[in-house]
Write a protein that binds this ligand. Structure first.
Ligand code: NAD
Length: 333
């Protein structure tokens, strides 16, 4: 990309003016925007790249300079801090690990709120506690900065393809302004309620995925101990009521002993911890979530925090003293 494009600020301002002109001409749905992007890790890198591919200009920042350079290589401009990115753009997207990083990047010294002007928009796409999302939303409102929480599901492959599921919380008018931009990163973009609702929806998603993987683990361990081939069991059940996207994605990984992430154990532990904290604040008991969160904690302590979350099965295997793997085929069979 970008060899013939003017670099940096000049290109940003030209694209912004062009965007305003197109919007004024009634083509607001597809206008190009001047977007700040903070957090360029596994997900943010691919998402920022899709914004560039869609014709938007991107001003990128991460605390790791090499990650900024990678996105500059796709055609983005280099931001110097979260404050700098917010001061030079009208829309800022953040994709950070967890609540403390979001608070630091938005509310902290040299953060987004030190640079943002009234009327600008901040969209936090990180998976964080809904309580933190609401705190950040309140601080934004005090500065007349519009805020959406918009976590995603789908992982790196869907971030690369631009087919993430995006779950949004916030004001409907702000959602409508952002929807065309979010659709360059996701194929499903849903307003789920007020600020914080996006992260409640994401936590609901993470509870279902984690408990589904754990249940699959118990089922495959039992079948293997009974002398069955887990691959045969998987093929027998996947078309029935137990079939699911999780089963189709994760059972082959477990049976093939491939635990390369994907979605890391430590991130899923963080999500279930946030789910339990949110549940406690609402006096809701989540016994299954609590059990699987403990399994994830034990796996982290066992040095497996950076494995794919399909390795939840390892915890159940260890308790049974057995490994889920295909039956040895007889020679000549
Ligand atoms: P990551 O750790 O790869 O990327 C996060 C980036 O944020 C890092 O590059 C880090 O340097 C940067 N960062 C941290 N603090 C910062 C600060 N104060 N200012 C600027 N940059 C800062 O994580 P990821 O896998 O890209 O995940 C991001 C979020 O998306 C997480 O909340 C995660 O739970 C969620 N998520 C991840 C996946 C996945 O499959 N990886 C899927 C769905 C949702």
């Amino acid at each position: 990309m970008g060899a013939s494009r003017p670099p940096g600020r000049r290109r940003n301002s030209l694209l912004y003016v062009f965007g305003l002109l197109r919007e004024a001409g009634g083509q607001g749905e597809n206008h190009v925007a001047n977007i700040g992007f903070i957090g360029l890790g596994i997900m943010g890198n691919a998402m920022a790249r899709n914004l560039l591919k869609a014709g938007h200009s991107v001003l990128a920042y991460d605390i790791v300079p090499a990650l900024v350079e990678r996105v500059v290589g796709y055609g983005a401009a280099r931001g110097e801090s979260c404050r700098d990115v917010a001061a030079r753009t009208e829309i800022v997207i953040a994709m950070l690990p967890d609540g403390p990083e979001v608070e630091q990047a938005v509310l902290g010294a040299a953060g987004v709120l030190e640079g943002a002007t009234a009327g600008s928009i901040l969209v936090d796409m990180s998976s964080i506690s809904p309580l933190v999302a609401q705190k950040v939303g309140t601080a934004c409102a005090a500065k007349k900065v519009q805020f959406l929480d918009a976590p995603v599901s789908g992982g790196e492959p869907k971030a690369i393809d631009g087919t993430l599921a995006i779950m949004v919380g916030g004001d409907e008018a702000v959602f409508q302004k952002m929807e065309p931009i979010l659709k360059t990163m996701g194929s499903s973009v849903t307003l789920t309620g007020a600020v914080g609702a996006g992260n409640v929806t994401k936590l609901a998603n993470q509870i279902m995925v984690a408990c589904n993987i754990a249940a699959m683990g118990e089922a495959l361990v039992l079948a293997t101990r009974a002398g069955l081939d887990p691959e045969v069991v998987f093929n027998a059940v996947k078309g029935g009521l137990a079939g699911s996207t999780v089963l189709n994605a994760k059972a082959p990984m477990v049976i093939g002993r491939n635990f390369k992430p994907g979605f890391r154990i430590r991130l899923h532990q963080k999500d279930l911890r946030n789910a339990l904290l949110a549940a406690e604040s609402m006096k809701v008991a989540l016994p299954l979530t609590s059990s699987v969160q403990q399994m994830l904690m034990a796996l982290i302590n066992d040095g497996k925090g950076d494995l794919d979350h399909s390795a939840i099965v390892n915890f159940i295997e260890d308790m049974a003293g057995i490994e889920v793997k295909p039956a040895q085929k007889k020679a000549g069979a």
